[in-house]
Structure formats: C-alpha cells, structure tokens
Design a protein around this ligand. Structure first.
Ligand code: AMP
Length: 285
C-alpha cells in the first residue's frame, strides 16, 4: 500500500495537523526543500524517519535567497514528480505554502547574522543569501514546530548558520546534519546539476576529486597553503571559474589554524553558467 501523503497549502490546516500529531504523542521531523527533489533530498527524509514518527517536507522556492541576477525564475520545478517520490519514501505532509503566506505584502522583518554567516565563503559572492535562508527557515520552524529538522551537509555553511540561528533564537527544534549524497562519479547531487550541458557534466566531478585529493594530503600532514594553491590551479585548468577553495574550522568556519579541532574543506566554482558547491571533512592521520 502506498503511504498516505497530505499536501497542505494553508497555515491553519498545517497547525491543526501538527497539533494532532502532538496530541497523539508523535514526534515530528521537518525537512525543508525547494523541490526538484533528488536522492540527496530523499536521504534527508529517510534520516528524518529514523528520528520521528511524522515527517513534514516543505517545498517552497524562496525568493528572498535569490539575488535579482540569480535563477529564481528558471529554478527547476517538478512538483508532481516530487510528490510521487515523497509518497514512496514515506513522508506524511508536504507543506507547500503560497508565496503570500510566507511573505504577505506588509512583511518587513529580516534576520541579521554574524559568525558562520559572515565567514567569507558563500556570503562573499551571495551577500543576500543567508538572510533569506534564515528568514524562511525560521518561519518554517515556527510554523511546523518540529522536534527535529534535517539539513544536508552538502550546504555546509548553511547547516552551521541555521544551527547557530536556532540556538541564538531559542527555537526548540534540534538541527541535525545529514551526509552528502553523490552520483557514482562523486559529483554531489544538486537540483542545479540539471543546468549542466553534457560536456560540463563530464567535467563536473573534478571538484570532488580535488577536494578528496587535498583533504588526503592535508590529513597526511602536508602544508595546507601549498596543497590549496595546487588544488585551485587544478580546478581552474579543469574549465571552472573558481570562487573559493578554503580550509576552515569545521564548527566556526573561521580560517583553519594548525591547532587541534575538526577541519572542513569547502569549494565553490562556476562551470559555464552553473555554480556548484561541495565540501568534505579533513581527517588528520
Ligand atoms: P535545496 O532544495 O537545494 O534547498 O536543498 C534542501 C535540503 O537538501 C538542504 O538541506 C540541502 O543541504 C539538502 N541537500 C541538497 N543536496 C543534497 C545532497 N546531494 N545530499 C544531501 N543533502 C542534500
């Protein structure tokens, strides 16, 4: 039997549904998405199922996290296929609010961020981005009031920014990260991979190869500055326009020092018109 899945577009209806789950003593998990779902998103739903009885997946392409020059209008929208996939994977509710519910005409509030949101990574080339993300995630958390919310490590800075925001604002939901799901050749799954031409798609796995190579060398004790300089050259020679390749403290995202503490290697680069991001942990031997 296929799973019963409810699509909700009305906030009062959503709140009634969540209240019903709570009354029955059922834990609730939220998986926020912008739709165009792939196996990476579905892995978050599976992770949610291990943590809560009821799963809400939000699908909302959030206009405030796109700059006017970015791809809000052309962002892939595959609602029917998304619903079929979510039914298959056992989600309970799809929260698909109209834009007027999220941003009524008189909406004026913004979240102002420091810390991991100003680490000089995504924020350097997308200054509007984390304000938009945290505004919408804060609203989604307050609308759904989940026990736990799952975010992909694929967007590592976003995961850290959201966790900090939830902590700072005392939002009573646990923010949990889930590992990046990749294609067989290592390319991190992303809704934006659909933009790549065949030729670009063949080049794209280089980003992950460079991350792995650099992480192994730094982990083995090679000097990070030299390793990163070589990695940056390899990415540029591979046909990308590099945005950043950076070694950071895995928690604060501050530039990595030689001190102890977990490390993360993060990359962003453009291939033609498509901007790709990826990151991996650096394990010291
Ligand atoms: P998006 O719809 O791209 O905004 O992503 C929604 C959620 O899915 C975010 O928490 C992302 O980090 C996560 N996500 C996107 N791609 C992947 C992936 N390849 N593996 C795991 N999680 C992912």
């Amino acid at each position: 039997m296929t799973h019963k899945l409810i699509v909700v577009r009305d906030l009062a209806r959503l709140r009634r549904q969540v209240a019903q789950y709570r009354k029955a003593g059922e834990a609730v998990a939220l998986v926020p998405t912008m739709g165009a779902l792939h196996d990476g998103h579905l892995s978050l739903v599976r992770a949610a199922r291990r943590k809560a009885k009821r799963i809400i997946v939000s699908i909302f392409v959030n206009p405030t996290q796109f700059a006017p020059t970015e791809d809000f209008k052309s962002y892939p929208r595959t609602f029917e296929a998304d619903i079929a996939a979510l039914r298959e994977v056992g989600a309970d509710v799809v929260w698909n609010p109209p834009v007027e519910v999220m941003y009524p005409r008189d909406f004026v509030t913004r979240i102002v961020l420091e810390g991991p949101a100003t680490a000089g990574l995504e924020d350097a080339s997308r200054p509007h981005f984390f304000g938009g993300v945290t505004t919408i995630v804060c609203k989604l958390l307050l609308q759904c009031l989940p026990d736990v919310a799952i975010f992909g490590e694929k967007d590592y800075q976003q995961l850290k920014v959201v966790a900090q925001m939830a902590k700072d604002l005392n939002i009573p939901s646990r923010i949990v990260g889930a590992p990046t799901v990749r294609e067989k050749d290592g390319l991190a799954m992303s809704s934006r991979n659909a933009y790549l031409s065949d030729q670009e798609r063949a080049l794209a796995p280089l980003l992950h190869q460079v991350l792995r190579d650099c992480a192994a060398r730094i982990g083995a004790g090679e000097r990070a500055a030299g390793v990163l300089a070589k990695g940056r050259k390899t990415i540029a020679r591979g046909g990308f326009v590099l945005d950043y390749l950076e070694l950071r403290n895995a928690e604060t995202l501050a530039p990595a020092t030689t001190d102890a503490g977990a490390l993360r290697l993060l990359v962003a680069a453009k291939l033609g018109k498509t901007r790709l991001i990826d990151n991996i942990a650096v394990r010291r031997k």
